[in-house]
Design a protein around this ligand. Structure first.
Ligand code: ADP
Ligand code: ZN
Length: 529
């Protein structure tokens, strides 16, 4: 071998080896770290598991002074500080969970220059005493974690983040690095503007998580479907199951446990001790399942989560991406599985219609829901569609349900017309609005008590839709909703026409639909249910 006349290792690389024990930087870590070490601002978009923490931890160790990390994840600060302490990094945090003595000790260490990293909850900066404290110490950098929280368009807005624009005015010479694992192009721009990161260098990693297999199935008996999945493909694996309500969290956890799969509940209604204990067990033990509301998992660093299952429709694509992103951080094959049905759409519409906030806010929520629906009903590659949502390009991936078993698409124009004209007739001939169940009963010509009561058997559309089954009609409704040719409103999830419905009714537009695949259960033993 030729004599090596290598450049001396950069200080950042030395810290990577010596402190963290890793061989090399991953992806753009090296460039990002170099930028911040040099004192410039950076905006980092990197998926979960990409390695964002080192991007500010190493510069904080290389530059002189204390790296101040703003994070909304108060519950995780202790863990983060413990992990760093174990590596010999001097770290502390200030948040509302501490008593006066604990806080005072951290403040003392900060002022004495005995800290490398200080984690702060954003609301701390509203306290004048905190700002005065920071003024008296030496700050090496500001890291703004979960930077998408500054965006009102995003799915996780936190008003306290808006104040972070003032960091630059107050400490103009301190470099800032903002990081997030989820941002559409609009959110990306908004982060840059709101945080005054005008001269920042942008680092946008690919949001693709190739080891995650995305699958979205129609919901019929979700707990059974979930059990099937776990038994056939994920026996003994650790995983997270998300439900929207506390009640369904409890029920699902109990159901899995009764069926031999140990599952722990996690939701905001449990006392904090139980929550912490369940989370700790999930992190420590192998093969546990946590059934949780979305409150679970923010920033959780468990590398071997093999599956993330959703039993209810997430409220936004960003949320879905972030939650599914907790699977497979170790790069090994993992499953993101979602079961969704018409009822999800009805329920979420209702939540949006009754939510607090102004019309603009409700419109935003509606836009998020529409994008999520479009992902569910797509006949294209799920991954390509997910990436497109984040402004990135992807080829058909071969590792999602639509790539693996391409759904047939069919010309659903005529069924769409039949369904829309039923809604139209109810609305205009009878001045009535009904939910999907009644509309479908009319199409199928079912003589139910409710049909008789409202004399719906006298409508000309009664019984004109017998070519499809009930479940197929439900699929038609979902797809019309996803294509915004139909809308759902009010407490009872009544169906109403949209501005675009007329194009279908007037035969100016064809409607392509995806054929509902027959549900193939992969279990060998046939279950009787
Ligand atoms: P993120 O915050 O982007 O979700 P983390 O910073 O938690 O990701 O990193 C994810 C995992 O990857 C962690 O276990 C971390 O220790 C590991 N990791 C990060 N950078 C490297 C690297 N350069 N080499 C090896 N492992 C790394
Ligand atoms: Zn695909």
């Amino acid at each position: 071998m030729a004599e090596t006349t290598q450049l001396p290792e950069s200080e950042a690389l030395q810290v990577l080896h010596r402190v963290f024990g890793y061989d090399a930087f991953r992806g753009e870590q090296g460039d990002i770290i170099e930028t911040v070490v040099a004192g410039a601002d950076a905006l980092v978009l990197m998926p979960t598991g990409g390695g964002k923490s080192l991007c500010y931890q190493i510069p904080a160790l290389v530059r002189s002074g204390v790296g101040v990390v703003i994070s909304p994840l108060i519950a995780l600060m202790q863990d983060q500080v413990d992990a760093l302490t174990a590596l010999g990094v001097r770290a502390g945090f200030l948040n509302s969970t501490q008593d006066f003595e604990q806080r005072r000790e951290v403040e003392r260490a900060f002022l004495a220059g005995e800290l490398d990293l200080l984690y702060l909850a954003p609301e701390r900066l509203r306290v004048e005493a905190t700002v005065r404290l920071l003024d008296q110490g030496k700050i090496s950098l500001f890291a703004i974690d979960e930077a998408h929280c500054v965006s009102q368009w995003g799915h996780d807005f936190r008003p306290d983040y808006l104040m972070l624009s003032e960091l630059h005015e107050r400490w103009p010479e301190v470099p800032r690095i903002a990081l997030t694992a989820t941002a559409t192009e609009a959110t990306h721009r908004e982060i840059a503007t709101r945080l005054n990161l005008t001269d920042a260098k942008h680092f946008v990693a690919s949001f693709d998580r190739p080891n995650i297999q995305y699958r979205i199935v129609g919901k019929d008996n979700p707990q059974r479907q979930l059990l099937d999945l776990l038994r056939t493909e994920h026996a003994g694996d650790a995983g997270i199951v998300y439900c929207l309500s506390r009640n369904s969290v409890e029920k699902t956890a109990a159901f899995l446990t009764q069926n031999g799969i140990e599952a722990l509940p996690y939701h905001a209604g449990l006392d904090s001790r139980t929550r912490a204990a369940n989370q700790a067990r999930f992190l420590r033990e192998d093969g546990l399942v946590v059934v949780a509301t979305i409150a679970f998992g923010m920033g959780i660093d468990k590398p071997d989560v093999r599956f993330v299952a959703h039993l209810d429709l997430p409220k936004s694509v960003e949320g879905y991406y972030q939650e599914t992103g907790r699977a497979g951080r170790d790069g090994l094959p993992s499953t993101a599985w979602l079961a969704y049905g018409l009822q999800d759409v009805v329920q979420q519409r209702k939540m949006i219609d009754t939510s607090e906030g102004d019309a603009a806010h409700r419109r935003r929520l509606g836009t998020h829901l529409d994008a999520m629906l479009a992902l569910c009903e797509t006949v294209e590659c799920r991954r390509a569609q997910l990436l497109a949502y984040f402004g990135q390009h992807g080829e058909p991936c071969g590792n999602c349900d639509t790539c693996l078993t391409p759904p047939e698409s069919w010309d659903g124009t005529i069924p769409a017309q039949k369904l829309l004209s039923t809604v139209y007739r109810l609305q205009h001939e009878r001045n009535q609005k009904f939910g999907a169940g009644q509309v479908i009963d009319i199409l199928l010509g079912k003589q139910t008590p409710k049909v008789s009561q409202f004399r719906h058997d006298e409508l000309t559309v009664f019984g004109i839709g017998t070519e499809l089954k009930d479940t197929e009609w439900r699929g038609v409704v979902r797809q019309l909703l996803a294509q915004r040719l139909l809308a759902v409103e009010g407490d009872y999830g009544t169906l109403v026409l949209t501005a675009d419905s007329a194009e279908v009714l007037g035969r100016r537009r064809d409607v392509m639909m995806r054929r509902e695949p027959e549900r193939v259960s992969r279990s060998r033993s046939s279950s009787s249910s």
